[in-house]
Design a protein around this ligand. Structure first.
Ligand SMILES: O=C(O)CCC(=O)C(=O)O
Ligand SMILES: [Fe+2]
Length: 325
């Protein structure tokens, strides 16, 4: 597992420079990376390092709240709130749904700290979310442009909502020896794109490329993020974008903290590849589906048993023996 994931430098581009040569040079690297690895390391210096450090303190504070308080972070949608206490997994996380909506962050703060308004927390999380959402939007726009379907960008962004998740992967001492290693089971993300920000220097994220080779996603710079494609984008792009298996493995000596911004289609959104991406060489891979319905399938007993190919099983396509394992 010594091979690195592709590294793409976003330092010189922003949404405002779409169409410039600098933009095109970055775009040319995005689709090959997402097509084969389903993931790349983005260098993106728009998030100041002080803000990143503040987010680490915020994540630690949030995750050290009493369990009863954390359990108030509920959601109507599967995977939309507190996750943790999973048998054998040193994993706990809290989530802010619809994090780019104006009231989402203050409501989350009030829920966890009813006695104080916490403006500093709100401002830092707002600014962090905004910057990560801009990176996500750039990557998505580049993907659509590369596929020749940029005209769908606007409608796709309008039916996107963002979920910000803070996660702690436990350290040694808290977990039995044999259970300590795998802190987060290998999975594919369900949505469009996820932007992973590792907050402290404890590595552990691993990603499996299309050829079955696993890569350690260890940040190579203080401005690094990992962009991971999810199953909804895989389906929408009719397989052009790969949604990789990934998970977090730990040696168990120190806790790891991350903040991940998930770009997800809204629940009622129908995921269907545009006609331009379906032809004789690329027959339609999935029948159209409603994203919220897929989420419920993933959270069902049947969906949770499937480790690798939930989307195929959900669309009742052939499921191989390996998928059932
Ligand atoms: O925390 C990380 O590095 C990755 C988390 C992840 O894959 C997820 O929450 O879906
Ligand atoms: Fe993930």
């Amino acid at each position: 597992m010594r091979r690195h994931l592709p590294l793409i430098d976003f330092s010189d581009v922003g949404m405002a420079c779409a169409g410039t040569p600098a933009w095109d040079a970055v775009r040319e690297q995005v689709m090959p990376a997402l097509g084969f690895h389903g993931c790349f390391e983005a260098v993106y210096d728009r998030v100041a390092s002080e803000l990143r450090l503040s987010l680490l303190e915020i994540a630690k504070d949030l995750l050290s709240l009493p369990l009863q308080t954390k359990l108030r972070n509920t959601s109507d949608e599967p995977y939309g709130g507190y996750l943790g206490r999973l048998p054998g997994l040193a994993y706990e996380s809290l989530a802010i749904s619809d994090a780019t909506r104006p009231h989402a962050i203050p409501s989350f703060a009030r829920l966890l700290w009813p006695s104080g308004s916490n403006p500093d927390f709100c401002e830092k999380v707002r600014s962090f979310t905004k910057q990560l959402a801009e990176l996500e939007e750039m990557v998505r726009r580049m993907v659509l442009e590369s596929l020749g379907v940029a005209e769908y960008a606007e409608e796709q962004m309008q039916s996107t909502c963002y979920l910000l998740r803070f996660t702690e992967y436990g350290a040694a001492g808290e977990w039995e020896e044999e259970k300590r290693k795998l802190a987060h089971m290998a999975h594919r993300d369900r949505g469009m794109l996820s932007i992973v920000c590792q907050l402290n220097e404890v590595d552990g994220l691993q990603v499996e490329a299309m050829d079955g080779e696993w890569h350690l996603a260890a940040p190579r710079s203080v401005a690094s993020f990992f962009v991971i494609a999810g199953e909804a984008l895989h389906a929408w792009s009719n397989g052009r974008v790969y949604a990789p298996m990934h998970g977090v493995a730990m040696d168990g000596t120190r806790a790891r903290y991350s903040a991940v911004l998930f770009a997800r289609p809204t629940s009622e959104r129908t995921i269907q590849a545009p006609a331009e991406l379906v032809d004789g060489d690329h027959p339609s891979l999935f029948r159209p589906f409603e994203y919220g319905d897929f989420l419920h399938f993933c959270a069902s007993a049947e969906g949770r048993k499937l480790k690798r190919c939930r989307l195929r099983a959900y669309r009742r396509e052939a499921v191989t023996k390996e998928d059932e394992a």
